[in-house]
Design a protein around this ligand. Structure first.
Ligand SMILES: C[S@@+](CC[C@H](N)C(=O)[O-])C[C@H]1O[C@@H](n2cnc3c(N)ncnc32)[C@H](O)[C@@H]1O
Length: 289
């Protein structure tokens, strides 16, 4: 631990922000690498007397900050950590950094099933860091879940994240292409969630460099029109869902109506396009028959 005066630290912090970047990213760096939490930061602002202790010196924190600013490297990858709902998750460049809008999937599930739902079986297709499945497994300790991903490295991150939060075993992890790992659960799933890669090819090519150059292409690109994976997921869903089982999909801002039609074609009912907090139809949900 390195001791420096709070005044020196606050001056350093102001200097870093004057170079660019935002408060939230610097706060993540200070917390995950420097060992200074957001509540520590607030108390230093109120009372800037005395000293504080850092896990890394200011030079090394500054070099990470400059890498973030100069190379557009996502701060979450540089720190190896991201926050999502009330979870602190490990991230590597093998997984998509879970987005804040995706947090709403858990609220949609809670709205459908209530907070005290009895035992059921859920699946997640394309779990990445495991964020959604871990949040559900923790919210519903009586539920059993199976989180899948095609990428073994992504699954390793998800397994580690689950282990950091739970010693239970109500969440299992399986590797494979969409429904393939769930072969032995045909007709048994009460709920399936997926935030699949849904970015259309043209849009993918124009993504900001902090996304395109760093986040896994396999987690983002949804084929020519963005719906390649969503089509596959919906077409096979009736084989795996129980009657009246729910399918919850995240989608691109303009895909809701097309997905609704795909769901209707595949005998889904109770279909709804659910807005995110910016009013965008970000999720499409339905029940199998
Ligand atoms: C948009 S990311 C979502 C990650 C995480 N669920 C989240 O919401 O942050 C899509 C995930 O699907 C996985 N994936 C891509 N193609 C897949 C496939 N054919 N079968 C299974 N998973 C796939 C990717 O590896 C990635 O982890």
């Amino acid at each position: 631990m390195l001791s420096i005066s709070v005044k020196e630290f606050l001056f350093w912090k102001k200097t870093q922000l004057s170079k660019g970047g935002d408060h939230q990213s610097l706060a993540l760096l200070l917390d995950s690498v420097g060992g200074i939490s957001t509540s520590d930061l607030n108390s230093f602002n109120i009372n800037p007397e005395g000293n504080l202790y850092l896990k890394k010196n200011l030079e090394s924190l500054e070099s990470v900050w400059e890498d973030h600013l100069l190379n557009s490297s996502p701060i979450q990858y540089l720190c190896g950590i991201t926050y999502w709902r009330d979870l602190k998750l490990e991230v590597t460049n093998k997984v998509l950094i879970p987005r804040s809008e995706t947090e709403l999937i858990v609220d949609i599930v809670i709205k459908i099933f209530g907070k005290k739902s009895q035992k059921l079986l859920f699946g997640e297709l394309g779990t990445g860091t495991g964020a959604i499945s871990i949040a559900l497994a923790l919210t519903y300790p009586l539920w059993d879940g199976i989180a899948t991903d095609i990428d073994q490295d992504a699954l390793a991150v998800a397994i580690k994240n689950y282990g950091n939060y739970s010693k239970q075993s109500n969440l299992k992890f399986l590797c494979g292409n969409w429904w393939t790992p769930l072969e032995s659960f045909k007709g048994k799933l009460n709920l399936v969630i997926s935030n699949p890669p849904y970015i259309p090819k043209d849009t993918y090519e124009k993504l900001p460099k902090e996304v395109k150059n760093f986040e896994p292409k396999i987690a983002l690109l949804g084929g020519e029109d963005g719906l390649k994976h969503i089509r596959e997921i919906i077409q096979k869903a009736p084989l795996f869902l129980k009657e009246k089982g729910w399918l919850i999909l995240e989608n691109h801002f303009d895909q809701g109506e097309k997905i609704k039609q795909l769901l209707i074609k595949n005998k889904f009912t109770s279909i709804e396009i659910v807005n995110d907090l910016s009013g965008i139809g970000r999720f499409t949900i339905g029940r199998y028959k």
